[in-house]
Design a binder for this molecule. Structure first.
Ligand SMILES: Cc1cc2nc3c(=O)[nH]c(=O)nc-3n(C[C@H](O)[C@H](O)[C@H](O)COP(=O)(O)OP(=O)(O)OC[C@H]3O[C@@H](n4cnc5c(N)ncnc54)[C@H](O)[C@@H]3O)c2cc1C
Length: 556
């Protein structure tokens, strides 16, 4: 999603002191939410993201709209925040949510005392919870372990992150703000107690832009320590890697959780045409360098079999990982927070670098969940507005996001239904798994002319279904090449080649740790198409290998 709608060189040439009131760093859900909230309160804001929007943790998470059920026993505050935001998101962003519902099932391995107290803990945290007959749950979800003992129904769901980000950015633009992708913050200048300028590097052209905002908000998640270090401030992050496995079919239409204290491999989330098992928790030094091991994959499957006994027989599509933005507050902050519960919650923390580090126009938001991104943004923007003397109230919970229809949640069959409603017939299909048509791809590329195929994947879901791009990547690359030709490019074939290579590299990363059995057979077949049929291997020789990319966990 290359969304540079403004001439960026213009900004640096003008050297205008306050072209933007606020610079927001990090284009995940939190950054997009903060951008929207600031814009709606009248502050002209620029969001910058070093890659495509939603390529940090937000694009590598599990996909769950939390009901709060996973936290009721150990963290009632987090549970309350989740259910409250769950209700708000259903209202303001229905198209980004599939209302799958959630089952918390007591397997024979789950402790009796936890199961016995679960419903009361839900009620105490205001989380809707109804016990349903086991037979009813098994009728709806026949792949579940037939030995489950009790089932509780909660309002879990599944959330599409990229559309959510795009809607937030669209609303911000309506209110006079902007967002630039592929712009990395590379430095900030400090003059005493203030940040006076920030330098951005265009990750595609290498050009630099200097801007002079009145305020800087870091929403860089697991990378927050790196941003703070640019002005000699310490923010101690403990990035926690979580690995997830994507199966080639929706073995469940409902989110399935084990009814126990949350641990590895105990939740399956149906996401569009696939189902995702997660997750794990492992500290990593660098949020950009980590790997997924075969041992992790095997352990996840073994844990998942407690819920779905036939899991090992199901076909895996890929493994991917994200990094939790876990923050370790210094002791004095924890003490201050205990006095002022608004500043810190166990779920997320807004760091006031004025009070903590003597920089008046800088805050960082860390921790939290995707489900609570709007509330995180509200808390952050309340602090920024307090400092800038802005009294406009937050309206993000009340106004539906652009492109969303009240009450109309996502439905898996919608693309086919929409197509049939328009008369059906030859759909000019590019991606059969996700029902992506040529007009849909053209419409996306019209809006994002510089998009890579990986950006196209996030924007349209091309290549995200069971074939994982095997049968649609070359078609989409052909469209990219054809459009380049119409636009007068002379290197049409090269553009299509580059599009294929970039996309396949990213996709195959996630299949390496799971390459065995039937998935390995499919990989051989797809390799045959691309290497035998299309001769992709000959293109690879011309590419300079980037060793650092090899160890980075694949995307969703
Ligand atoms: C394995 C796992 C599973 C999860 N599952 C769920 C779930 O099911 N439900 C749920 O609600 N939550 C879940 N979470 C939590 C949720 O994903 C995160 O809390 C949320 O996505 C964080 O969003 P963010 O915008 O704060 O961070 P990010 O999405 O990481 O955004 C930060 C952005 O900053 C950018 N950035 C970094 N440095 C720079 C720079 N110098 N210049 C410009 N940009 C920069 C990064 O590229 C990144 O895109 C999960 C997390 C993990 C790790």
């Amino acid at each position: 999603m290359q969304d540079t709608t403004e001439d960026q060189s213009e900004v640096s040439r003008m050297g205008e002191a306050h072209a933007y009131d606020v610079l927001v760093v990090g284009g995940g859900a939190t950054g997009a939410g903060v951008l929207r909230d600031l814009a709606r309160r009248g502050l002209r804001t620029l969001l910058v993201e070093r890659g495509d929007f939603g390529t940090g943790t937000t694009g590598r998470y599990h996909g769950l709209l939390h009901s709060g059920g996973r936290y009721v026993a150990k963290d009632a505050l987090a549970a309350r925040e989740c259910i409250s935001e769950n209700r708000i998101l259903r209202r303001i962003a229905p198209a980004s949510i599939e209302d799958t519902g959630g089952y918390f099932v007591a397997t024979p391995s789950d402790p009796d005392d936890y199961v016995a107290g679960f419903q009361a803990a839900c009620i105490a945290a205001d989380v809707d919870c109804e016990e349903i007959p086991v037979a009813e749950a098994l009728r709806r979800e026949p792949a579940l372990n037939p030995r489950i003992r009790r089932v509780f129904k909660l309002p879990d769901g599944s959330v599409e992150p990229w559309q959510l980000i795009e809607s937030n950015i669209a609303d911000a633009r309506v209110h006079g703000s902007d967002a630039w992708s592929y712009q990395r913050l590379v430095g900030m200048e400090r003059d005493g107690a203030r940040i006076v300028a920030a330098t951005l590097r265009d990750e595609r052209s290498g050009s630099l832009t200097r801007i002079t905002p009145r305020f800087v908000v870091s929403c860089a998640g697991a990378w927050s320590g790196q941003i703070a270090a640019m002005v000699n401030v310490t923010v101690t992050m403990h990035p926690g890697k979580g690995t997830m496995l994507i199966f080639n079919q929706r073995m469940t239409d409902t989110v399935i959780n084990r009814c126990h204290k949350s641990s590895d491999g105990d939740i399956m989330v149906p996401v569009h045409t696939v189902a995702i098992l997660g997750t794990t928790e492992q500290r990593v030094e660098d949020p950009d360098r980590y790997e997924i091991t075969r041992e992790e994959v095997a352990a996840l499957i073994a844990q998942g079999e407690v819920l779905f006994p036939d899991l090992a027989k199901m076909r895996l599509l890929r493994a991917y990982a994200g990094v939790r933005p876990l923050y370790q507050p210094p002791a004095e902050v924890t003490a201050a927070a205990l006095k002022d519960g608004r500043q810190i919650s166990r779920a997320h923390t807004v760091l006031d670098h004025g009070a903590m580090d003597g920089i008046e126009n800088f805050v960082t938001i860390v921790g939290g969940k995707l489900t609570t991104f709007r509330r995180m943004a509200e808390d952050t923007v309340d602090m920024v507005c307090g400092k800038l003397g802005v009294t406009e109230p937050c309206t993000t919970a009340d106004e539906i996001l652009p492109g969303q229809v009240p009450g109309k949640t996502y439905w898996l069959g919608h693309r086919l239904a929409d197509h049939e409603a328009e008369g059906g017939g030859d759909a000019a299909l590019l991606c059969e798994c996700e029902f992506v048509t040529r007009p849909q791809l053209d419409a996306f590329l019209d809006r994002h002319p510089d998009a890579s195929l990986d950006d196209v994947r996030r924007g349209t879901r091309v290549g995200m279904g069971p074939c994982q791009g095997g049968f649609c990547t070359f078609r989409a690359a052909g469209v990219v090449g054809e459009r380049a030709g119409h636009a007068g490019a002379t290197d049409v074939a090269e553009q299509a080649d580059r599009a294929i290579l970039g996309f396949l590299r990213e996709r195959f990363k996630g299949t390496r740790p799971i390459a065995a059995g039937r998935q390995l057979q499919e990989q051989w077949m797809i390799s045959g198409v691309y290497e035998g049929g299309l001769g992709v291997e000959s293109l690879i020789e011309h590419e300079t290998p980037d060793a650092s990319r090899e160890v980075v966990g694949a995307q969703r």
